[in-house]
Design a protein around this ligand. Structure first.
Ligand code: SF4
Length: 456
């Protein structure tokens, strides 16, 4: 963290408008990307209601989350019997292939040993068909991003199986992206002619079509059978600069337990990072980048040339989940916009490290701050002379205070329509982001121009 950010944080001992979300919310998002899986929250009903409400507002899809519904009695004496009864109800009502069990602040605080409770449940029901995965997700220990990554790791650790040999398929751990991003990645790997097991894959479960008849669990998601085969993949591609620095991840677990070679890299936002991903796939499958992606890249380079005069030298405040903020900062730098504040509520301490090269190049004109809230961010941004804010819709107030526009990206986007279809990754995602940013800057200049103009 830079000195400016540290000085502000020193004055405060509380979080004021947090720039992070609840940890099991992230885990729930990961479980929504597993085929025929139901998320189960071991804790109070209010937590599951909050998570459902929050996710529905972004994805505009029904979100079922089961809950053991802690009462005063459970909070004092433990909720083992509620957990077992809840699992029985889920198996009877939903017949899921997988049940993803998460904890809350309350169940963690009273010291529930969920691992033992799940083991006891499984042992008492030898004919249980559903696979049970559990993950510890107290919100006071991390953010929604940690909940997401820990859930993905738990799934890989608890469900991937060893095999006799190595297959041709690849594991792809995409991180917290939009359904449109996941669809794009699936297309990219399909165009390369290689089977990719994407974990998680909520591209359909959280952005599907209308139903002819009610589906208890929306179709789509990574099938359990595919997850079982992740231990025999040719390689794993794990996306996220910050994730790469974490001690534990699903990719590292697959490497250490099943000897699956790991290729870690940043989120593929912008040309540099998408090139890195595509070069890795080319090397793994022995085939060149398919023609339509070459054409996408050429169009993007042409757009950068056409639009550089609008963006060059502009200054931006970037915030969000650590990996996303890091990738966006690198993308903005690539297109000629100077990130002046890059901030996140994540407190891994790895955001600063992941942007070390950019920080070295930009010196004191760039403040990188992890573990900050929106009020600290506003204080940092006030003297930064920024032209725009890039982040999720929680930055609406910040952009109003600074009097500059907000380009909405990532999660959550609660005050605009179509959040699931925001594309960020790959050459096509960079094209969409670039067009939106250029047009935001043009619109701002047009609105604030005294004479006005009608074409550029
Ligand atoms: S109490 Fe904890 S787990 Fe529950 S909603 Fe709040 S932050 Fe999330």
């Amino acid at each position: 963290m830079t000195t400016a950010a540290a000085a502000i944080l020193d004055r405060w001992t509380v979080t004021r408008n947090a720039c992070k979300l609840c940890t099991p919310l992230g885990a729930c998002l990961a479980f929504k990307g597993i085929g025929n899986c139901l998320a189960f929250l071991h804790g109070s009903q209010g937590c599951s209601t909050y998570i459902r409400r929050y996710m529905i507002s972004h994805f505009k899809e029904p979100i079922d989350i089961a809950c053991s519904n802690f009462s005063e009695h459970t909070a004092v004496f433990g909720g083992g019997s509620e957990l077992h009864r809840g699992l029985d109800n889920i198996v009877r009502q939903y017949d899921p292939a997988v049940i993803g069990i998460m904890t809350t602040c309350l169940s963690e605080t009273i010291g529930e040993d969920v691992g033992s409770l799940v083991k006891a449940y499984r042992e008492a029901r030898p004919d249980l068909a559903a696979a049970l995965v559990h993950v510890s997700t107290p919100s006071y220990r991390g953010t929604h991003a940690e909940g997401f990554h820990d859930a993905v790791r738990a799934v890989a650790e608890q469900l991937a199986e060893p095999g006799g040999g190595r297959g041709e398929h690849l594991n792809v751990l995409p991180g917290m992206l939009s359904p449109a991003d996941l669809r794009y990645l699936k297309e990219l790997f399909a165009d390369f002619g290689v089977e990719a097991i994407l974990l998680p894959d909520y591209s359909e479960t959280l952005d599907g079509g209308p139903w002819d008849r009610y589906e208890a669990i929306p179709s789509g998601g990574t099938p359990l059978a595919a997850i079982r085969r992740m231990g025999t993949a040719r390689a794993t591609l794990e996306l996220g600069h910050v994730l790469a620095g974490r001690e534990q991840s699903a990719g590292k677990s697959l490497r250490d337990r099943h000897q699956v070679p790991l290729h870690a890299m940043g989120l593929p936002i912008g040309i540099v990072e998408t090139d890195r991903l595509c070069r890795t796939i080319e090397a793994l499958v022995g085939r060149p980048l398919p023609a339509r992606h070459v054409a996408d890249r050429q169009r993007l380079v042409d757009a950068y040339a056409d639009g550089h005069k609008y963006v060059s030298g502009k200054r931006a405040v970037v915030f969000g989940e650590e990996d996303f903020a890091c990738a966006l900062a690198l993308f903005l730098h690539e297109i000629g916009i100077q990130p002046v504040v890059v901030a996140s509520g994540g407190r891994t301490g790895l955001l600063e490290e992941s942007l070390a090269e950019l920080r070295a190049a930009r010196g004191t004109d760039l403040t990188v701050a992890g573990d900050v809230d929106f009020l600290t961010m506003a204080e940092l941004a006030k003297s930064a002379r920024a032209d725009l804010v890039v982040g999720n819709s929680k930055g609406y107030k910040l952009s109003g205070e600074l009097g500059i526009p907000l380009v909405r990206v990532g999660f959550p986007v609660h005050d605009r329509f179509g959040a699931s279809r925001l594309l960020h990754v790959g050459y096509r995602g960079a094209q969409q982001l670039f067009d939106r940013i250029v047009n935001t800057i043009i619109a701002r200049s047009q609105e604030s121009d005294e004479i006005g103009y009608s074409y550029i």
